[in-house]
Unconditional design. Structure first.
Length: 204
């Protein structure tokens, strides 16, 4: 029988990028020895569920107390797909083992990576843009949709959850491939459905 030695550190080595992942839960972490004033924290672990890095884990560290303005409050807003309010009670057990779209970026020291953004995969129904139809501009040779009449503005939900807003077409095109727009949805007038921003401009 052949046995392969596994480097446990490699399990937590997730390259920078966007992944579908499952929230495994959170672990209590002691205060950092590097920072004397630090307090105990939570490490929220997301397991990659598809692609060549499936099975690897990316973590996000937060305080243990939640408020509307701290790191844990920001994570709760992202996991829930909405804002949170003071005195709200959040049952984190309902968030565990659910799938999310996560963005992995560099840690502050640049030596490791960590989860920097989260969005629910199963999105609630988003309302289509209000009538009347969006104005149409004359065709311009923009890559990806060269022969179509391009709208001056697109109706976009940047986080894929919140209500959409009208944004200039060229701005959407420039930002569609960025990490900040990884969860963005654009309302396709021709198909009358929301599509991922990166897919709307394919080939990007």
């Amino acid at each position: 029988m052949l046995m392969k030695v596994i480097d446990l550190n490699d399990k937590f080595s997730v390259p920078v990028g966007t992944y579908h992942a499952r929230l495994l839960g959170n672990k209590e972490m002691p205060p950092s020895t590097k920072y004397p004033d630090s307090k105990p924290s939570f490490a929220w672990e997301f397991e990659i569920i598809e692609g060549p890095h499936a099975g690897k884990v990316s973590s996000r560290f937060t305080p243990q107390n939640v408020s509307t303005g701290n790191g844990l409050g920001k994570l709760m807003s992202e996991l829930l797909g909405r804002g949170i309010v003071s005195n709200e009670e959040i049952d984190t057990a309902r968030l565990i083992n659910k799938n999310y779209l996560i963005t992995v970026g560099r840690s502050a020291d640049g030596l490791k990576t960590k989860c920097i953004m989260v969005a629910p995969v199963k999105l609630p129904g988003l309302a289509p843009p209000p009538a009347p139809p969006l104005p149409v501009a004359a065709p311009t040779p923009t890559p990806g949709r060269p022969e179509a009449k391009l709208p001056e503005k697109l109706f976009v939900s940047i986080d894929g959850v919140s209500a959409g807003a009208l944004i200039d077409y060229q701005e959407c095109y420039q930002k569609a491939g960025s990490l900040l727009w990884a969860s963005a949805l654009i309302f396709d007038q021709e198909k009358a459905i929301y599509v991922k921003a990166s897919d709307y401009f394919m080939p990007f």
